[in-house]
Write a protein that binds this ligand. Sequence first.
Ligand SMILES: NC(=O)c1ccc[n+]([C@@H]2O[C@H](COP(=O)([O-])OP(=O)(O)OC[C@H]3O[C@@H](n4cnc5c(N)ncnc54)[C@H](OP(=O)(O)O)[C@@H]3O)[C@@H](O)[C@H]2O)c1
Length: 225
Amino acid sequence: MKIVVIGADQGLGEKLCGIIRQKGQQAAAGMYRIENAKNSGAEDGHLLLLTDVTDPDSLQRAADVIRYSWGTADAVVDVAGVLTDGDRTHNLMDIDLQDVRTELEVNAIGVLSAFRAFYPVLNKNGRFVAVTSEGGSFSNKGDMFPSYGISKTAANKIVQILRETVKDVEIMAVHPGRMNTEMGRTTAEIEPEEAAEGIYRIVAGETRLREGLWFIDYKGCEMPL
Ligand SMILES: NC(=O)c1ccc[n+]([C@@H]2O[C@H](COP(=O)([O-])OP(=O)(O)OC[C@H]3O[C@@H](n4cnc5c(N)ncnc54)[C@H](OP(=O)(O)O)[C@@H]3O)[C@@H](O)[C@H]2O)c1
């Protein structure tokens, strides 16, 4: 399999690239910052891309690299995400609106931009996975990380509407669990390797999914909207 991972600099994205390689499959590591390229596995013959999900031109250039190097990809996983410091410490009444914009831009609009750029190089019946969050569920009633939750709800809605718009690829939203990463260290329950293994199994079709299920956790279980 040939799998593109967007947001491969650290955390889940980095671990997912590692697992793809361990399984003997090909990974294209989409890095946000070129200085993180040492983590990318590029020196082992894997592809290195530069992908800023807030910059459609960078996504287009990366998709062009895939077209010329692989022809098509079997799957694209958009792992890129942000949780701003301001969102950790402020409520929805006093958070700086720039934090809200940044999270919407990366976590929600970024999913749409990534899909638009990579859809033309995805195999028919290929998979596009947006890593969203339980924080995007309406059933999740807390007020922790409020703006992040709003952005992930928007991301889930984008996935739902894309599924109605584009029928020849499989589009999913996946909650990766509460991971021990830079972002999730304060609420962690699992290591990112466990989530990466689960997401690999979903992308590779090893986890059996009920027909029509599109918002799931990394084990393939249905998530509430
Ligand atoms: N950790 C959790 O408990 C948890 C729970 C639910 C959902 N999630 C979601 O899971 C995904 C991975 O999270 P993580 O815990 O691995 O977080 P992380 O360690 O902070 O990794 C996030 C990645 O996204 C990259 N990124 C940031 N802005 C970007 C942009 N504009 N374009 C492209 N990439 C960008 C980051 O690059 P830099 O490192 O260079 O900034 C980093 O590689 C995120 O979508 C997150 O929202 C995480």
